[in-house]
Design a protein around this ligand. Sequence first.
Ligand SMILES: [Zn+2]
Ligand SMILES: [Zn+2]
Length: 319
Amino acid sequence: MTHSALAPEEVARLKKAATAASLATATVMIGLKVGAWAITDSISVLTSMMDSILDFSVGLMNFVAVRKALSPANRFHRFGFGKVEPLAVLAEAVFLFGVAIMIIIEAIDRLRHPHPISHAELGAWAMAAVIVLTIGLLIYQRHVIRKTGSLVVQADAIHYAADVMIHVGIIFSLLLSDLAGVFWVDSAFACGVAFYLVWNAKTILSESVGILLDGELPDNERHKIRDLALSHPEVKGVHDLRTRSAGPQKFIQLHVEMNPNLSLRDAHRYTEETIDLILAAYPDAEVQIHEEPVGMPRHRSWCAEAGPIIPGQYAGPKD
Ligand SMILES: [Zn+2]
Ligand SMILES: [Zn+2]
């Protein structure tokens, strides 16, 4: 793959630059859309401005995440503040659901009492500027994705590509309202954009809720963590693997089984080595391992209810 050829510092630099570009673009877009909305009084422009506000906050979250500028843990919050971001996004997504409903109500009202659009041409020019800006961002993001394979940048790019279509639609609806005097087009299109906004907010909402409710890492990651622990020659079994993430930071905890006749000194050393094996693959993680003699009866298994480490796989003594 192309991206493995780059030095890690270069990959980090590109990811940082991409999140900065995305944030800057969203900021300029909000400005252009506020202007376009004030001039035209178009409800579809207003709706797409709301979408840009959501894009801005997601951009801000990614910007902070790749810089790890999270507030450090303190005496009263020893796990840090990684959940501040998903919490903020949750609040915002809920707010935008409300905004979308209000927009749909307003759009229906305007359908019944047509509302003229003023200076549609100026509004269309502003939206054209937004499109040019978005395409510039997409070209840059493509470059970064090719070099780094970053999933965060990829998700961002998919969203901005869909935004381009929305913006083209808004230009058409502005011009149609103005040139042909069919003012209902703006309201009808605004309803469409409002649904798009809800769909966008829903995706982000489910991600945030997953983090806030300590969602497990995906099965393939759990599988990888388990195999990393088992790759240590002294680790005879692994069970009670639990994972969660708070923004960029991951928390990984598991039990490992070792030879019962090891000294505490050796058992501790092998455990530290196992932690290092996992940290090599998850440098941002906090890893906690409890070691115990192989084959001990599990009188206190916190994960018994949740089943084996990977459902349907390795349902043997090592789980
Ligand atoms: Zn958007
Ligand atoms: Zn155990």
